[in-house]
Design a binder for this molecule. Structure first.
Ligand SMILES: Cc1cc2nc3c(=O)[nH]c(=O)nc-3n(C[C@H](O)[C@H](O)[C@H](O)COP(=O)(O)OP(=O)(O)OC[C@H]3O[C@@H](n4cnc5c(N)ncnc54)[C@H](O)[C@@H]3O)c2cc1C
Length: 400
């Protein structure tokens, strides 16, 4: 079978540096040995391998975009995305939780935290001693997360008192710290008056209401969080009060383009599995790979995948040269939405064809291709659905 590493030799065609190709090669060997064997149990038992998360951090795969002085790796966004792609190739569920910790929380906290907050949280987050989650979505606020946000915080001396709940929060059940968006000023209009608070799990009034059972990315814990008069010190506010919408929009751009790798890695794996199966499976006295209709499927899967991958690499590269103030608007805003849209659509297409090539065996729950198929669908829903991504792109194009 084509190994993840062989594919990355081709990465040089994308203009990756020698260091990036080496990074992919080492990561692929390590994730294949460490993470791939865990995926069946993670899927069967919805089990999170907490110890392995810390081992992966110790190997230098956490805090990817944070400078070394805070315990991170000091990598650029494309390199961080490549780690995500390789990790998701070998174990998508692990990569899903890792990305939420590494990008949605660690990178966000580094970009928006003050010096005291960076020193207080980042070293422990980068070793995996503590793990983060991001709480934006609510039962009544999904696609319209800002406008319909009900979770509120009122000032009480040098504390905020938070009331409300967040749903579908990746890492929620295991998180030590939740970057939580709350409404701090209801008079500022639907999408303003929001602040970002770092809620620590020990804070009075915070609790995990339930762990949720999902069809894919199993093993990556998902939960509902409740804030019942939860007291959060003012020193745990990220950025300025009532300016949380800026943090949210800029974070979503990076989240989208990094999440695109959660589509590309598993789709590459599915293509490799489909090629292997097509060569081995014999019908009508010949491998099904000899049938031109199967060959056409493989070719179309490859074409779609390489097109999406090229776009995602390009947008990740663009993130490297994007100023913090440009995130959440302008070209990078629509490019990030386009990258995830294309990658998610490609992921769904590739998985569907991969199961088709596997025939009845691909419909069996305990096969890897079936696990990948169940996993991919959510990439069309989370971090702004395919519909919302198109609204963002069109709105952005029409404003220019
Ligand atoms: C596995 C998983 C992990 C997640 N992790 C996190 C997390 O860590 N943190 C977090 O905050 N959230 C997380 N989410 C939530 C996710 O971001 C939301 O599910 C997503 O934003 C969609 O919101 P919704 O589910 O409420 O759907 P809804 O907003 O109710 O949308 C339902 C349908 O209506 C469509 N729709 C809505 N508005 C429009 C419109 N204006 N025009 C056209 N169509 C529209 C949508 O595209 C969708 O098809 C996660 C979700 C899942 C399933």
């Amino acid at each position: 079978m084509t190994s993840g590493f062989d594919e990355f030799r081709l990465g040089q065609q994308f203009g990756l540096t020698g260091d990036q190709v080496q990074l992919c090669s080492h990561a692929s060997d390590y994730f294949e040995a460490t993470l791939h064997p865990l995926q069946q149990r993670m899927d069967d038992e919805d089990w999170w391998p907490a110890e392995t998360f810390r081992e992966v951090a110790a190997m230098g795969y956490l805090g990817t975009t944070v400078p070394a002085e805070y315990g991170g790796q000091g990598l650029d966004y494309l390199s961080a995305g490549l780690i995500c792609e390789v990790m998701a190739y070998w174990n998508p569920s692990f990569a899903f939780s890792w990305l939420n910790a590494d990008n949605l929380v660690i990178d966000n906290l580094y970009r928006n935290g003050n010096e005291e907050q960076r020193r207080r949280f980042l070293p422990r987050l980068c070793t995996g001693e503590i793990i983060g989650a991001l709480g934006m979505t609510e039962p009544g606020a999904g696609s319209d997360a800002l406008g319909s946000m009900k979770t509120s915080a009122r000032r009480d001396g040098n504390h905020y008192v938070v009331n409300g709940s967040k749903i579908f929060i990746t890492n929620g059940p295991i998180a030590d710290i939740v970057l939580t968006y709350v409404r701090t000023d209801a008079t500022q209009g639907r999408s303003k008056g929001i602040s970002a608070l770092l809620v620590e799990k020990e804070f009075e009034g915070f609790r995990v209401a339930q762990k949720l059972d999902k069809m894919g990315f199993r093993g990556s814990p998902l939960g509902e969080l409740v804030f019942d008069g939860c007291r959060v010190p003012e020193g745990n506010r990220l950025g300025e009060e009532n300016r949380g919408h800026v943090i949210m929009h800029s974070g979503l751009d990076l989240e989208r383009v990094m999440s695109a790798m959660l589509c590309i890695g598993p789709a590459r794996r599915a293509l490799d599995l489909a090629i292997e199966h097509a060569k081995l499976r014999v019908q009508f006295d010949q491998p099904i790979a000899s049938f031109q209709m199967i060959q056409a499927k493989l070719a179309e899967m490859y074409i779609a995948l390489e097109a999406a991958r090229t776009l995602v690499y390009r947008v990740l590269d663009a993130c490297n040269s994007t100023q913090k103030s440009e995130l959440g608007r302008g070209h990078i805003h629509r490019l990030a939405a386009a990258a995830l849209y294309q990658a998610a659509q490609t992921g769904t297409f590739v998985m569907n064809e991969a199961v088709q090539i596997h025939g009845g065996s691909g419909y069996m729950r305990d096969t890897e291709v079936n696990r990948l198929y169940r996993t991919t669908k959510v990439m069309e829903i989370a971090a702004g659905s395919q519909e919302i991504r198109r609204l963002i792109i069109a709105g952005n194009l029409l404003r220019d």
